[in-house]
Design a protein around this ligand. Structure first.
Ligand code: ADP
Ligand code: F6P
Length: 319
């Protein structure tokens, strides 16, 4: 193998740059030419592909976002678009590709692996932590730190005004961000898609907290479970507390990656290139415990990632 490419696709996640750096530098060290595909599958279809050298990826480890940019591309979902993409990859003599992205992007990657002779290795990059066969994804740790920092700030003002704050986090259909940030900020309640919400029980819990002397009430709501405004309406009616809503939004995807994300991305990026050099394809790099693993990509995509609900119980017990 002489020539590989790397791309980022779908929602950006902090740490993607560290992964790009690792792919490029590990690849060059192993004698490969490494190309960067701009804006995910959209850039691939526009033939926006450039050779990257050691210096091109200097100073990017600490930067949020992705220097390769990213996009969502509907054209790639249809056969005609993908056939065009395979022609473009062939014209550049690209033999292997590292795709960094969420489950959508990795689904696209699985199609490349089965429909063309380009070898594909996926790297899970998504704040949602909704991908199976890996304990975590690039961006999750930074996102959680951002969410926790912001909930902490809201707690200050919630206490000063003796208010309830309903904080909405991202995560698509997965409650992981809400669960972990709620647990680690001592939120009084967490609303996630994996657990049916009962507003009366929730309101009773907040009321009991106030009786015990709490001066604020923080409820963390995963976007996939309910709208924070709906939760606020129910709780304000049932408790009478002055209630405010904060939707954290895209700040959750930005910022300089944490040490954990830089380390994970560096390990995953280099492991991905080594997997290509070893002749592997249609695999996803994951971390299981402390070990880097290359798992069957389709298996990872088909299996639903289960949330550890004992952490939900723990959060309830401790709050
Ligand atoms: P993420 O990778 O963050 O989950 P998306 O689900 O939006 O983000 O997917 C990113 C891109 O990956 C899509 O815009 C599309 O180009 C490609 N993609 C997603 N699903 C498929 C699919 N089933 N087949 C082909 N390409 C796909
Ligand atoms: O997958 C990452 C994510 O941030 C989700 O948590 C969220 O639902 C979605 O992307 C938002 O997408 P967009 O950036 O297109 O608004």
């Amino acid at each position: 193998m002489k020539r590989i490419a790397v791309m980022t696709s779908g929602g950006d996640a902090p740490g993607m740059n560290a992964a790009i750096r690792a792919v490029v530098r590990y690849g060059i060290n192993k004698g490969l030419e490494v190309y960067g595909i701009m804006r995910g599958y959209a850039g691939l279809l526009e033939d926006d592909i450039r050779l990257l050298n050691f210096v091109d990826v200097g100073g990017i480890m600490e930067k949020g976002g992705t220097i390769l940019r990213t996009a969502r591309c509907e054209e790639f979902k249809v056969d005609k678009g993908r056939k065009e993409a395979y022609k473009i990859l062939k014209s550049h003599e690209i033999e292997g590709i590292v795709i960094i992205g969420g489950d959508g992007s990795l689904n696209g990657g699985a199609l490349v692996a089965s429909e063309s002779d380009v070898k594909v290795v996926g790297i899970p990059g998504s704040i949602d932590n909704d991908i199976s066969e890996t304990d975590t994804c690039i961006g999750v740790d930074t996102c959680l730190n951002t969410v926790v920092e912001n909930i902490q700030k809201l707690k200050d003002t919630a206490s000063s005004h003796e208010r309830a704050f309903i904080v909405e986090t991202m995560g698509r259909n997965c409650g992981y961000i809400a669960l972990i940030s709620g647990l680690t900020t001592g939120a009084e309640a967490i609303v996630i898609p994996e657990v049916k919400v009962d507003y009366q029980t929730l309101a009773d819990k907040l009321l009991a907290g106030r009786k015990r002397g709490k001066i604020n009430s923080i409820v963390v709501v995963a976007e996939g479970a309910a709208s924070a405004y709906t939760v606020a309406r129910h709780l304000e009616n049932k408790t009478g507390f002055e209630t405010r809503v904060t939707i954290l939004g895209h700040i959750q995807r930005g910022g300089s990656p944490t040490v954990q994300d830089r380390l994970l991305a560096s390990r995953m990026g280099s492991f991905a290139v080594q997997a290509l050099l070893d002749g592997q394809s249609n695999v996803m790099i994951g971390i299981q415990g402390t070990q880097m693993v290359a798992v069957d990509l389709n298996k990872a995509l088909q299996k639903k990632k289960e949330l550890d609900l004992s952490l939900y119980e723990l959060a309830n017990t401790l709050s």
